[in-house]
Design a protein around this ligand. Structure first.
Ligand code: SF4
Length: 408
């Protein structure tokens, strides 16, 4: 999955960063010296990558925003730490705070890449929704406008939207208006491989932000869909990097399994970011950094980025496996095959994760109920064999009784 290098880290931005933060340290491959040099690190912008065929260089780390009392401080701190890509959405409640920032510092608007999102009822509905978003943001354009979380939550089947004529006409109208430079969608739906395939086929959208894991099996449908999008020039942005395990459990495991990365001065989350950035198909990673420590640590990790070696990547993956993940990572279903069952073990465990970790309790129950009786019946399955076959080593013997208790 790492053979693609069309969207490699922008060399100019990377070398400028290195020059200001300690070029000799970078040349020698020592990120520790860079991380130690706080004052210099704060002065430079984080490295950039080109966002697909848009040709725009975006920060490899982007600030996910949300409504909070600290928003104003976080925005300014992220900017001061070199982040030039900010992500918001109607539902995050952070647009008014970002608008206030623009009013207080008008020079900021043109120097950042601004993304917002909304839930249109149809592709054409994006046009009116975009006007509302601009009013909330107190700006006359955004760089990228997303259909937010395309998938099961939409009132009508949206699977074909990414290749529809209606979306094509809508994107043309939006670009002509100058209100958004680029258009795409975000997606963390179970069927995200299908949405990405449609996008690659349609070649209409400029960018997609997608739930991602650094350990996606290269033979999975989702991985192939990511390849197809990348090949089609669609910019890719990673999100929800630790959607499967309990984040705290995962972060506690990283120092045990990846001591070499800790010795480089990375935090556990920084190690995960390096694993994600090692996949050069992704131009940027969206992280909802909630305090200034997280902004400092992650922007320093970005400035010190160098692709992980295979053994380092494996050490982060081992941390992930040790954190007892519950979310299916989207392979072709070898768990059920190995366990000798027709039960949709991947879907079932995905719904359990939505219920337990993501707070979508009603949706999780509804989606579970919508499965056929056969897909819900794991009786007689060899759960240990299923676990052994699963690339994420999901512990079905522990997870499925919770499904029985909470979703059935
Ligand atoms: S083997 Fe694991 S990743 Fe593959 S479908 Fe089953 S649960 Fe999902």
């Amino acid at each position: 999955m790492f053979e693609h290098d069309d969207h490699s880290v922008n060399r100019r931005g990377f070398l400028q960063t290195g020059a200001m933060a300690g070029a000799s340290a970078l040349a020698l491959g020592s990120s520790t010296a860079v991380l130690a040099d706080d004052a210099a690190a704060r002065k430079v912008i984080v490295p950039t990558r080109v966002l697909g065929r848009t040709g725009v260089e975006v920060s490899i780390l982007n600030q996910g925003t949300w409504k909070s009392e600290s928003l104003n401080r976080i925005l300014r701190f992220a900017y001061a730490n070199g982040i030039r890509y900010f992500d918001t959405a109607k539902s995050y409640g952070s647009e008014p705070g970002i608008g206030q920032w623009f009013q207080a510092m008008p020079e900021v608007r043109k120097s950042i890449f601004l993304v917002t999102k909304d839930h249109p009822n149809t592709p054409k509905d994006m046009i009116a929704r975009l006007d509302q978003r601009l009013a909330a943001l107190k700006t006359d354009y955004v760089d990228l406008f997303f259909i937010h979380g395309i998938g099961a939550g939409y009132p009508i089947d949206s699977t074909d939207w990414p290749k529809s004529k209606e979306l094509k006409d809508t994107i043309a109208a939006i670009k002509k208006s100058g209100k958004a430079k680029f258009v795409g969608f975000s997606c963390h739906d179970a069927k995200r491989a299908e949405y990405l395939e449609a996008a690659a086929e349609g070649k209409l959208v400029d960018a997609i932000m997608v739930q991602n894991t650094a350990w996606l099996d290269k033979n999975t449908r989702l991985n192939k869909a990511l390849d197809a999008c990348h090949k089609a020039g669609i910019g890719l942005i990673s999100m929800k990097q630790i959607a499967g395990p309990n984040p705290e459990t995962f972060l506690a495991e990283v120092p045990k399994h990846a001591p070499d990365l800790m010795a480089k001065g990375l935090t556990p989350y920084g190690a995960l970011l390096h694993a994600i950035w090692t996949d050069e198909r992704f131009a940027s990673v969206c992280v909802s950094m909630r305090n200034t420590d997280q902004v400092s640590e992650n922007s320093r990790a970005a400035k010190a980025f160098a692709p992980l070696k295979a053994a380092e990547l494996e050490s982060v993956r081992q941390s992930f496996l040790a954190s007892r993940p519950s979310l299916c990572a989207d392979c072709h279903g070898q768990c059920a095959e190995a366990g000798g069952t027709k039960a949709a073990l991947g879907d079932i465990t995905r719904y359990l994760t939505y219920y337990e970790r993501h707070g979508f309790r009603g949706d999780a129950k509804r989606q579970f109920a919508a499965l056929s009786p056969e897909a819900r019946d794991w009786s007689g399955a060899n759960l240990e064999a299923a676990r052994e076959a699963c690339p994420s080593k999901l512990d079905f013997a522990s997870l499925l009784p919770r499904v029985e208790r909470d979703l059935a």
